[in-house]
Design a binder for this molecule. Structure first.
Ligand code: PMV
Length: 358
């Protein structure tokens, strides 16, 4: 039996952001969050092979071997042990992962990577997990990754249980619900962030006086934004999205020492989007920012060309990428990054072509 699987997964961009854990080890959030999974414009491909012949787990990211003894990497890959336990195997794994987008795009998408790993590793181990169980596995690699194991609009339910069994992702609407929706990404800085989200959110919980107010407003926001999405009411959706992003960045600023992810270019983008909406007489574009200065501007297909033009005219915008909402992870029959015996099959990302064999 083949113990190899290859999966392509894509990032998700939250409109209700996850910021704060109630359990650091199980990665359980203090509140629920909501995102759209992107299409394959920004995919990550991962191949996992298990074999009784392998003596240790090995990992290559974009062709570079990573140190699995490194604490942060080891934590993220802890899900491998769980998969082996569930599958009743002790085989070690070889893993190769390749980003299908320019490395200078400014997002080291841990969500896509960890979702691809959860799907590929469980499949290679012979498990046939449902979306809920896959999201629980991916969550252990990176919280936000649990929302990338399915397509469309996805909610990560915070849950209440100490064991995390009720903290998982669930699809709110499939990608086909709002096919007109676009995310126009404006890259202003491609460097790695100075404060990791992991340590940043820990610090926020410990020090921000505004944080309890944020946590208590989230349930109402979740209700209202889901209603706006269900009725495809862009102005309502857009306002809630922008206000929520600013709420998260407000508690980041209120953290001690302060965490500042936005820069002057992010601010220019916010002003330009506000002016764009004012000129249109209603909200037609809505920005959101994760733990970094790059803008994700949600809009609809009829506005996308104008929104791109508007963003292009802003000083500091280095690259623009437009995504649609995607269908979630794809299991590939061809295009594996590793042979069954674990030897690498050389691939690379070529702009305009995607991931190709070299
Ligand atoms: O999953 P992490 O630890 O990379 O956290 C990411 C959190 C944000 O991107 C800032 C928000 C979100 O919900 O994606």
């Amino acid at each position: 039996m083949s113990m190899r699987a290859t999966v392509e997964a894509t990032p998700n961009i939250a409109v209700v952001k996850y910021w704060g854990k109630r359990d650091e080890t199980l990665i359980l959030p203090t509140h629920s969050s909501l995102s759209f999974t992107m299409d394959e414009t920004l995919c990550t491909r991962t191949t996992v092979v298990f074999s009784p012949k392998f003596r240790q787990d090995e990992l290559w990211l974009n062709g570079q071997q990573m140190d699995l003894q490194d604490k942060e990497t080891a934590e993220r890959f802890g899900m491998l042990e769980l998969i082996r336990k569930q599958a009743g195997i002790r085989h070690k794994a070889k893993i190769a992962s390749l980003n299908g987008f320019p490395t200078a795009a400014g997002f080291a998408s841990s969500a896509a990577g960890m979702a691809a790993l959860a799907c590929a590793a469980s499949k290679a181990a012979g498990l046939d997990l449902n979306a809920k169980d896959l999201s629980i596995l991916a969550r252990l690699g990176s919280g936000s990754a649990c929302r990338s194991v399915m397509g469309g609009c996805v909610e990560w339910k915070a849950g209440k249980k100490a064991d995390g069994s009720d903290s998982y992702a669930e699809q709110v609407a499939p990608a086909s619900h709002w096919p007109e929706l676009r995310n126009v990404i404006a890259v202003v800085d491609a460097k790695k962030k100075k404060v990791s989200s992991r340590s940043g959110m820990k610090q926020t919980i410990r020090t921000s006086a505004l944080y309890p107010a944020r946590v208590s407003y989230i349930p109402v926001l979740m209700r209202d934004i889901k209603a706006a999405i269900q009725s495809k009411d862009f102005p309502a959706f857009g306002e809630l999205t922008m206000r929520e992003a600013m709420n998260m960045h407000a508690v980041m600023l209120d953290t001690w020492p302060p965490i500042v992810y936005l820069n002057d270019y992010s601010k220019e983008i916010m002003y330009a989007v506000n002016e764009y909406n004012q000129a249109a007489g209603k909200i037609k574009a809505a920005y959101t920012f994760d733990a970094g200065p790059n803008a994700h501007v949600y809009t609809t297909d009829d506005q996308a060309a104008n929104v791109r033009k508007m963003l292009q005219s802003i000083d500091g915008v280095k690259k623009i990428i437009t995504c649609k909402v995607g269908n979630g992870p794809q299991y590939l029959k061809n295009g594996h990054l590793l042979e069954e015996d674990g030897t690498a099959i050389a691939h690379q990302y070529v702009e305009g072509k995607g991931i190709v064999k070299t």
